[in-house]
Design a protein around this ligand. Structure first.
Ligand SMILES: Cc1cc2nc3c(=O)[nH]c(=O)nc-3n(C[C@H](O)[C@H](O)[C@H](O)COP(=O)(O)O)c2cc1C
Length: 392
């Protein structure tokens, strides 16, 4: 009898603990508790393979299952770029929502702008799996997705649906890639501009992903001139109300000479872009990486190890362009301080990806809060006043 009652007591204790843990987890998720996400939930999600956790993140965002943070963007974070109002300067970088499935969920999380893609003209499967690897000790990721894409038509339909049926007060950019076996790479970008220009707040010519053979060579002077000439002409031929700004996304692995060449090209009237995204993932493997298990996987490295080189590149380009071409700064941003460093180096707005992988959605509000405090502490009334402050 006594044995049975002990068993019953233990059972009750187990259920009480389970219910308590469940309630705690529910409340923590509901309250967007940063520490709970960072120390409990995201490590639990990381039991899955990296690509499966990415898929889970997309499903959760697509069905808008994440509670909206109880936070209103302050006026100090509002900024205007390419004549468009950004409610806040923190965007989700290309590669997370490749097929435009999760735009509204990402808006709910608090992003000020959402860049979908990269999108290729025809659907293509990308590289074989596994093709994403985590380096948790380094707060980094290596990926070689290779532009897995559902193609222009599907992405067009999804964005057009949002444009017609939803009121989305966030900027939505589209990042364009090319098909792996395309015989006319410039043509791939031209059809992308025609097809997706009318549903995009801005378009990105992405010639900097390391996982499509020959793509990064399109950053070389003569090829870039030819590409941008066609791209600018095509964009200019679109109807007035659907002429999006054109941006170019650069690789962090360009030499100083190559970078100067790029800047020369983008300043010329017939090949001028409206902005730059600095930067994509790197094929480099810094000495200081701790992880030895996956560091030598082929692909692009993102996250904390990219932070310093990305910020230096922003600074170099801001100097070379005399601050006349707006920069979207991306690479290793985990805190408001990281974002602020990039802004003072010359970025007008910021994107994140890898920090979201490790810290989950609360990181967006965390960065915005910290950035607001840093701006106020330095006496800036608005983020735009701090752009390039380090070089003034
Ligand atoms: C898994 C993964 C997939 C990515 N896919 C793309 C892509 O399709 N197109 C692109 O321009 N950049 C892509 N990127 C690069 C990011 O947009 C960003 O430039 C880079 O990760 C640096 O930012 P982060 O350190 O905040 O991640 C990808 C990055 C990751 C981690």
């Amino acid at each position: 009898m006594r044995g049975l009652s002990l068993q019953r007591k233990l059972k009750s204790l187990f259920y009480v603990t389970l219910t308590g843990t469940g309630a705690y987890a529910f409340i923590s998720v509901y309250k967007n508790d940063e520490k709970f996400y960072k120390n409990v939930l995201m490590p639990a999600v990381h039991v899955l393979e990296p690509e499966d956790s990415h898929k889970l993140g997309i499903i959760i965002s697509k069905y808008r299952l994440i509670p909206r943070p109880n936070y209103t963007d302050p006026e100090a974070l509002k900024t205007t770029l390419f004549g468009k109002v950004f409610q806040n300067p923190i965007g989700i970088a290309a590669g997370f929502d490749k097929h435009a499935e999760a735009v509204l969920g990402l808006r709910d999380i608090g992003f000020g702008f959402i860049e979908v893609g990269s999108v290729t003209p025809k659907p293509q499967p990308g590289n074989s799996k596994p093709r994403v690897f985590r380096l948790p000790e380094d707060r980094a990721v290596i990926n070689r997705y290779g532009f897995n894409s559902e193609g222009h038509q599907v992405v067009y339909e999804r964005l057009n649906h949002i444009k017609i049926n939803e009121s989305c007060d966030r900027i939505v950019g589209v990042n364009l890639g090319k098909n792996k076996t395309s015989e006319d790479p410039v043509g791939d970008y031209v059809v992308g501009i025609k097809k997706l220009g009318p549903v995009a707040d801005y378009l990105v010519i992405n010639v900097s992903s390391p996982n499509t053979p020959g793509l990064r060579a399109m950053q070389s002077k003569d090829v870039l001139k030819k590409l941008l000439k066609s791209a600018v002409e095509t964009r200019d031929s679109l109807p007035q109300d659907s002429k999006p700004p054109l941006l170019l996304k650069l690789a962090p692995d360009l030499s100083s000479e190559e970078l100067r060449d790029v800047v020369d090209v983008i300043k010329r009237k017939d090949t001028k872009v409206d902005g730059l995204i600095i930067c994509n993932t790197t094929v480099g493997r810094p000495e200081f990486l701790v992880n030895s298990r996956v560091r030598d996987e082929v692909g692009g490295l993102s996250g904390k190890p990219l932070k310093g080189s990305s910020t230096r590149m922003i600074q170099d380009v801001y100097r070379l362009t005399k601050g006349k071409i707006p920069i979207i700064g991306v690479g290793g941003v985990f805190t408001g301080e990281d974002a602020y460093e990039k802004i003072k180096a010359g970025a007008s707005v910021i994107q994140i990806y890898t920090s979201l992988v490790y810290e989950g959605p609360p990181i967006v509000t965390k960065i915005k809060k910290e950035l607001t405090q840093l701006l106020a502490a330095d006496g800036y009334r608005n983020i735009s006043e701090a752009v390039g402050a380090d070089l003034k």
